[in-house]
Design a protein around this ligand. Structure first.
Ligand code: DAT
Ligand code: MG
Length: 151
């Protein structure tokens, strides 16, 4: 299985509710490696690019308002199969369909306040990482626990 990168973002409700540390902790403890991290105020332009496929949806104006209502926390996480595993850790889009033990299943109730974003494919992860980070913000570094996480 190839090493992958995914784009994980804690949405404004997750930041406001003090869940940044909890969410970082879950990815760290699983064994994934942090590649980039920043607190960021998103604007509509960037969000239209990020959520390009949803622009025609009736909830899109509300989604823009929500996502620009305060800072988000932008992260790159790296590791084996991290795109799919990251989505699994987040839970379903609708928190009420999310199992307990997932981030959305543990910390949220409605789809319009679902706490976090995770890339849905390797291709969208690479696109989203480029969109939210400059090249020099994403770091390559040697993780001392690599040999203890992987065979
Ligand atoms: P996901 O975030 O699980 O990848 P998505 O890409 O389909 O889900 O939608 C992006 C976000 O848009 C989602 O996290 C919350 C919002 N959203 C999706 N469907 C919605 C709906 N029916 N009503 C309100 N917001 C919705
Ligand atoms: Mg999505």
């Amino acid at each position: 299985m190839a090493m992958e990168r995914t784009y994980i973002m804690i949405k404004p409700d997750g930041v406001q509710r003090g869940l940044v540390g909890e969410i970082i902790k879950r990815f760290e403890q699983r064994g994934y490696k942090l590649g980039a991290l920043k607190l960021y105020q998103a604007n509509e332009d960037l969000l239209r690019k990020h959520y390009g496929d949803l622009q025609e949806k009736p909830f899109f104006p509300g989604l823009l308002k929500y996502m620009t209502s305060g800072p988000v926390t932008c992260m790159v996480w790296e590791g084996e199969n991290v795109v799919r595993m990251g989505r699994q850790m987040l839970g379903e889009t609708n928190p009420q369909a999310s199992a307990p033990g997932t981030i959305r299943g543990d910390f949220s109730i409605v789809v319009g306040r679902n706490i976090c974003h995770g890339s849905d494919s390797v291709a969208s992860a690479e696109k989203e990482i480029k969109l939210w980070f400059d090249d020099n913000e994403v770091l390559a570094w040697k993780d001392h626990s690599h040999a203890w996480v992987y065979e």
